[in-house]
Design a protein. Sequence first.
Length: 258
Amino acid sequence: MEIFLTNSQIFSSTIILLLILIILSAFRILREYERGVIFLLGRFYKVKGPGLIIVIPFIQQIVRVDLRTIVMDVPSQDVISRDNVSVRVNAVIYFRVLDPQKAIINVENFLQATSELAQTTLRSVLGQHELDEMLANRDMLNADIQEILDARTDGWGIKVANVEIKHVDLNETMIRAIAKQAEAERTRRAKVIHASGEMEASEKLVEAAETLSKEPNAILLRYLQTLTEIAGEKNSTIAFPLPMELLKGLFENKGEKK
């Protein structure tokens, strides 16, 4: 048995199918981390989500916004430090959208705008510091860049949570210069420590000489102790001078005792 449809029936079926598709397209599902910015005839209406929402076809439009933290690499930037050293620096920033309305309405593309702003801010902040500060005080520089970015992106409904400088690349000439500087600094410290030790030792020797000068017998005992140490070195012949001042002091002390 064959069924033939007239043109009017085909047209009616098509219209019904289109109506069903339009009705189904009005229903949207937004995940927990998504929000939908709704425009009514081109004007901002409201922010909806998450869950099931209804968007009237042809009258309302929706722009989805992801509220999760975005990790963005900042491309390597050529930076000239305050002490005129050329380096290449790259970083990574962590940010998220707090206000979907501002992120869509106040800026054309908030991802591109944030990336470009991060690049210019990175060059501006690092250019105000010397190379040693870039290498040693990254935490301070990260905090400065994060504070500036967070203040400038506030009007876009974006919160910059963290900024991390990843690499500071130097040319070979500068690396050798830094190595020489580090070696010179180690040599200087070694000389300072050696000089401090010599000074401390000289002070102790002066104190010892003053103590020994008060008691002649102490000098004689120290002299005999030195001879004992020399004899312990297994020398076959030992020639040593005998200071007459020691004997004189010793005889004088014996005479006083008598």
